[in-house]
Design a binder for this molecule. Structure first.
Ligand SMILES: *Cc1c(COP(=O)(O)O)cnc(C)c1O
Length: 422
């Protein structure tokens, strides 16, 4: 495999952007390679600057559930562009997208369109605080909710200690109200509620964690979060930026696991490949948002007509083609079976999965962290050399799309089964 042009572009990019990238995972640091520069992508395939073709299992980290450059979506975007790229004003597309989302996730009685998952979660948390008039929030180790200050935290010395920032540039004061619990550990949640119960505005959780690798919730974890938040009148927020319109058909992880949150954040798929995300929830909570209520949140490009038209195009196809989800499940199961047949330790939820180079079943961040990232890098390179493009990090998901053909899947299964590294 020749990566010469990508390497040249990377050298240039280093002059302009930190590590040559606009988002850290793209730097390929954890697999000791330099990044691939992408030239184009179509259907299940993605092409780099050197003309290498890969089967794409990153799918832009989730948005491309219908595959790359889905014709209906591209067509919708082109058509909308002709009428103007942005108005900074109301338009009927916003209502159409909101209607589709509410129809599929009825607990999102009211919602707001924003530009990124980071913004969606950040805003949801602010609304939960405004609604409850409480300051503390509870999140879980290993769950990622975007890069806003209060949410970039990891554990200190122990589970129940106060959080410390995971990034420089975040004053400790900003996160003194962020409590950390262990994913899939009810007791850690219970202890925090015992101590701070009446100060906790919300519990924020990825209903299926996918940013420490895929880590599904154990059976009674989400029902417990529902129970304890109700008991203490705290808001339960599901961060469904990855799982929305992916798990549970169009109903999301809430439907998949049978637990209804008070608020939900969506991103990735709902923007159809354009910068768009959503937060929403119960009417009485969302009525706190300005100018109706006193919680401020705004955006020049929020509800951008082009992004909205891409979102509508994708969601309409998903809504009208339930067989897409059946096929995603079949293809994903086939990949999982191939991985298991050679003894790989794989976690899967619907069409997202992660192979962990880890002796234990991964159910939380502490276990995930023990994974052999060198082994993962070898696995990644083995796949890449065989034209299979997966996450360049142990702690990310593999995404299956509707564009993956049986041929793509069979070929990938063969390559996985025939590696000598495990
Ligand atoms: C990707 C992601 C985000 C952040 O979304 P951006 O659009 O990258 O800001 C938030 N939460 C989860 C669960 C995500 O996977």
């Amino acid at each position: 495999m020749n990566y010469k042009k990508s390497e040249e572009l990377y050298k240039k990019a280093l002059n302009f952007m930190p590590a040559g990238v606009n988002s850290p995972v793209r730097a390929f640091n954890s697999v000791n390679m330099t990044p691939l520069f992408i030239e184009s992508a179509k259907g299940s395939k993605i092409y780099d600057a050197d003309g290498n073709e890969y089967i794409d299992y990153i799918c832009s980290w989730g948005p491309n559930i219908l595959g790359n450059a889905c014709p209906e979506v591209v067509e919708a975007v082109k058509k909308t562009c002709e009428s103007g790229l942005t108005f900074g004003a109301c338009h009927k597309g916003e209502i159409e997208l909101a209607e589709i989302i509410k129809r599929n996730i009825p607990s999102m009685e009211m919602l707001r369109l924003v530009n990124s998952g980071t913004e969606a979660v950040m805003s949801a948390v602010r609304v939960a605080r405004g609604y409850t008039r409480r300051d503390k929030i509870l999140k879980f180790e290993g769950c990622y909710h975007g890069h806003s200050d209060g949410l970039l935290v990891k554990a200190g010395s122990g589970l129940l200690t106060n959080a410390i920032p995971e990034s420089a540039g975040i004053p400790e004061d900003y996160i003194k109200n962020t409590l950390l619990a262990e994913y899939n550990n009810k007791e850690s949640v219970e202890n925090l509620f015992k101590q701070y119960g009446n100060e906790i505005a919300c519990v924020l959780v990825e209903p299926c964690a996918a940013n420490m690798g895929v880590v599904p919730p154990v059976d009674d974890f989400l029902p417990y979060l529902r129970y304890i938040t109700e008991k203490y009148n705290a808001v339960l927020i599901f961060d469904e930026v990855i799982t929305g319109f992916r798990l549970g058909g169009t109903g999301g992880a809430g439907k998949y696991y049978g637990v209804t949150p008070d608020m939900t954040a969506l991103g990735k798929i709902v923007g159809g490949g354009m910068p768009l995300a959503v937060y929403g929830g119960k009417r009485k909570i969302m009525e706190c948002v300005a100018p109706l209520g006193s919680v401020y949140q705004a955006g020049t490009l929020s509800g951008n007509p082009v992004a909205v038209s891409a979102g509508i195009a994708v969601l309409k196809i998903l809504e009208n083609s339930p067989e897409i989800y059946e096929n995603l499940e079949k293809k994903s199961r086939k990949l999982e079976d191939a991985m298991k047949s050679v003894g790989l330790n794989v976690n899967r939820a619907g069409s997202i999965m992660t192979v962990f180079f880890n002796d234990e079943k991964v159910i939380n961040y502490n276990i995930a962290k023990k994974s052999d990232t060198k082994k993962y890098a070898e696995y990644f390179k083995h796949l890449l050399e065989h034209n299979i493009y997966t996450a360049p990090s142990q702690f990310e998901a593999m995404f299956i799309s509707n564009a993956h053909t049986d041929e793509d899947i069979d070929y990938t299964c063969d390559i996985i089964k025939n590696s000598v590294i495990y």
